[in-house]
Design a protein around this ligand. Structure first.
Ligand code: UD1
Ligand code: MG
Length: 451
């Protein structure tokens, strides 16, 4: 909406008691990102768009998250929880600056889209003083009901204050409102608290607007977009809706998934062209998958970048800080963490590669373990380009395996191996000719029945 300035106030001061958690409600994740991140990701941004977040006392973690997500966002503390209008007024100083449009949104509605905010702002351009986002609720219990006459919004009645007839209304308040920014402060300040809960309800802005002889309207959206999160069950429902959206977006972008309903994505997952994701894969935050990469079934990936044409799994676990170059192969039961693997490196079976740099084309045999932790500190392992690490080797970090070096199977490597060298650390093997036959004979004799 070019030319118009806006202020968006995100109300996030609630305790979230019904989540039964010590984590503030808006920090609970959906698709790998806090509820607050989803909301802040959808509100207007860019030139002329300011954001304010209202947080509860002792919610420094929420303020920190808001600043991380939107460094330009102002935060305001609501010291007492006296209702949604009272919460909005915590940001009085920001409202008083008089942006053209004031949006008030709840921090616990993560499924809302940027397009909906724009739709809600549109009536303001045509002279409405207030636009309220409404939806048809399958079960309206608990929501504020929108009382309309024709296409005019007359009042919002909170569930606790509603008459029997009003409770039959299914058109409900989603909790998002757009005000004419120049009138907003006087409207919100006029709101009283004569209601069942004795709270300052932002929803009473509708009657104030009408008393001023101004116009209030409703913009409708789907229930899925405005699901508010108050409980863990609602958090799970929102995750369900979000995953369906992310899977559809991935399919639309050309990702191949034969069972998308079994694949879990994060809101920030990025894909190149011709990526394939097999069934039962879980992708957490911070993952990028480049062109042609294949993620085989039952893999778990968090904060990792996967290079072009790389192959991961089945049953692989890529932990934070993993970076796979072009054509890298990570096979079954392999775990990586804080590890960079250059192009063409292979770790095909049963290994742990943590705090490590693996050079181009290196081949890491089955059962190789980087022993990165001594109980106090983490240490790095460096494996040179073209190196070959034999199966069942332990690389005790800090340690370096040179370029093109060989490590014999079963070695416990504690000293650096120079380029092109062969290191074997293993007790000498003994051979006793006929020893197996003598052993078998002895055991057979011992087992003969007695007597
Ligand atoms: C609110 C609406 C209701 C609407 C419903 C949609 C009011 C009075 N009612 O009811 O019409 O149908 O949302 O989900 O607005 N908050 C504060 N400080 C406060 C009180 C609330 O910051 O003092 C924040 C909460 O953190 C939350 C939001 O405001 O993010 C809504 O509060 P909540 O108590 O969930 O309101 P509802 O009863 O759900
Ligand atoms: Mg609520």
């Amino acid at each position: 909406m070019t030319g118009r300035t806006s202020l968006t106030i995100v109300l996030a001061a609630g305790e979230g008691t019904r989540m039964r958690s010590s984590l503030p409600k808006v920090l609970h994740p959906v698709a790998g990102q806090p509820l607050l991140a989803h909301v802040l990701g959808a509100v207007p941004e860019g030139a002329g768009a300011a954001t304010a977040v209202v947080i509860g006392p002792n919610h420094e973690a929420v303020a920190a998250e808001a600043r991380r997500l939107r460094p330009d966002a102002a935060t305001f503390v609501q010291h007492e929880r006296l209702g949604t209008a009272h919460a909005a007024l915590a940001a009085r100083e920001a409202i008083a600056r008089g942006a053209d449009d004031l949006l008030v949104v709840f921090g616990d509605t993560p499924l809302i889209s940027a397009a909906t905010f724009e739709r809600l702002r549109a009536p303001l351009k045509k002279g409405a003083a207030l636009a309220v986002l409404g939806f048809r609720a399958a079960d309206p219990t608990g929501y504020g009901r929108l009382v309309v006459e024709g296409d005019r919004l007359v009042a919002i009645r909170e569930h606790a204050d509603a008459s029997q007839a009003e409770r039959a209304i299914t058109l409900c308040n989603a909790g998002v409102m757009a005000f004419d920014g120049r009138r907003a402060l006087e409207i919100i300040e006029k709101i009283g608290h004569a209601n069942a809960k004795g709270e300052y309800y932002l929803t009473d802005a509708v009657t104030v607007v009408r008393d001023f002889g101004l116009e209030a309207v409703v913009i409708e959206t789907s229930e899925d977009e405005v699901r508010g999160i108050n409980t863990k069950a609602q958090l799970a429902e929102a995750e369900h809706v979000m995953q369906a959206r992310l899977r559809k977006a991935a399919l639309d972008a050309g990702v191949t998934m034969i069972a998308p309903e079994t694949v879990y994505l994060a809101a920030d997952t990025t894909f190149g062209n011709d990526v394939t994701i097999e069934p039962f894969v879980v992708i957490g935050p911070g993952v990028s998958i480049a062109d042609g990469a294949v993620i085989h079934a039952f893999s778990h990936i968090v904060q990792a970048s996967i290079g072009r044409g790389a192959s991961v799994g089945p049953y692989a676990r890529l932990r934070p800080g993993t970076s796979l170059g072009e054509g890298v192969r990570i096979g079954n039961f392999v775990e990586t963490k804080a590890a960079t693997l250059e192009a063409g490196a292979k770790v095909n079976h049963l290994s742990y590669i943590g705090d490590a740099d693996v050079g181009e084309g290196a081949n890491i045999g089955a059962g190789t373990i980087t022993c990165n932790y001594d109980g106090f500190d983490k240490h790095r392992t460096t494996i040179g380009a073209g190196a070959f690490v034999g199966s069942n080797s332990s690389l005790v970090a800090p340690v370096k395996i040179g370029n093109r070096a060989y490590v014999g199977s079963g070695s416990v490597i504690t000293k650096d191996v120079p380029d092109d060298a062969l290191a074997v650390e293993r007790s000498p093997q003994t051979i006793r000719d006929g020893g197996a036959a003598r052993y078998r004979e002895m055991k057979t004799r011992d087992k003969k029945p007695k007597g």
